[in-house]
Write a protein that binds this ligand. Structure first.
Ligand code: HEC
Length: 293
């Protein structure tokens, strides 16, 4: 063997060792990474399974401080699993003084001193009744916003106001998406809005509330449809029916409704009425009613 060949053989051995060693350490690091990923997946399975129950349960166990709406995460923040957002764990403090609505409600604005033109509650409730009151076919169509797993959904539905209790009742076919939302999360937001005509005529009513579902088994159900809800049109009572036949027909129809429809009862917690007409009476165009706790 000449010297050249010996050097080449040595070089080849060293080369093999280096390449093999590198390959091994790469394997190790891949293995380590996989391990980490595995444990990560495992912990996320435990903490943040997509189901709402698991999320709610996890959230309930943590006691956390409320944060400002502008708050940001810093490096000391506990890890957040996928599917969670700030509001799942923290209450968010909205600084109401800087919002546009707050200004319209109470601040000094052209033609109004601070807190001037705020309606007394009884006057406001009359305005509310004018805007969204009315039973049976005078019920109003609202946009209803529900939310589940941080995904909002809006639907339209008719609602009838009980102005004494400040509660709205709606009528909904079973098995729809919004009802699934309400069962998981009772907090809803609603809006009634008069159709656009021009920018100097407007009337709308924004509501925050809590929804519950009343099923046909509940004794309240039948009373609510009889007194408030516009169900008669759907019953298609024959035109030539006698009053007694009509009553029988309606009674049967109500029994059918109990099986296929829920009544939603929405307890209004906050209602904001915007109506330019109120300015003519010397009040602000934006007024708010809040349920006393
Ligand atoms: C899974 C629950 C969870 C989620 C989701 C979450 N946090 Fe937190 N956060 C905590 C816990 C636990 C603490 C520590 C305890 C505490 O300070 O209340 C904390 C603390 C904080 C603090 C420090 C509070 C203080 O006054 O010391 C801030 C700021 C914060 N989080 C912001 C956020 C923001 C912004 C988001 C959304 C991007 C968020 N958090 C999402 C659980 C969560």
């Amino acid at each position: 063997m000449n010297k050249g060949r010996i050097y080449f053989a040595l070089f080849f051995v060293v080369y093999l060792v280096v390449v093999y060693g590198a390959a091994c350490s790469q394997d190790e690091s891949i293995a380590a990474k996989n391990g980490a990923e595995k444990t990560e997946i495992k912990s996320s399975e435990v903490k943040a399974a997509p189901s709402a129950e698991v999320q709610e349960e996890a959230v309930e166990k943590i006691e956390v401080k409320s944060i400002d709406v502008q708050a940001e995460l810093d490096n000391n923040h506990p890890p957040i699993e996928p599917g969670f957002s700030c509001v799942d764990c923290h209450e968010i403090n909205l600084d109401g003084n800087t919002t546009a609505t707050q200004n319209w409600l109470y601040a000094e604005t052209p033609g109004k001193e601070a807190n001037e033109g705020v309606m007394p509650e009884d006057v406001l409730l009359k305005e509310v009744r004018k805007a969204i009151g009315g039973i049976k076919t005078a019920s109003k169509t609202f946009v209803l916003g529900t939310s589940m797993n941080n995904r909002p959904l809006t639907t339209t539905a008719e609602f009838t106001l009980d102005p004494e209790k400040m509660v709205l009742y709606g009528f909904h076919e079973q098995g729809t998406e919004k009802l699934a939302h309400i069962k998981k999360n009772p907090y809803v937001s609603m809006n009634y809005h008069k159709e656009f005509e021009s920018f100097d005529v407007f009337l709308c009513c924004q509501i925050l509330g809590r929804a519950e579902l009343i099923d046909g088994e509940n004794p309240e159900y039948e009373q609510l449809i009889i007194k408030l809800l516009p169900y008669e049109d759907g019953a298609r009572v024959p035109k030539d029916a006698t009053p007694k036949q009509r009553e029988d027909h309606l009674r049967k129809f109500r029994q059918g409704l109990k099986k296929g429809f829920y009544i939603s009862k929405i307890t209004i917690d906050r209602l904001t009425l915007i109506n330019l007409d109120m300015v003519k009476q010397g009040y602000r165009r934006v007024q708010r009613w809040e349920r006393k706790k």
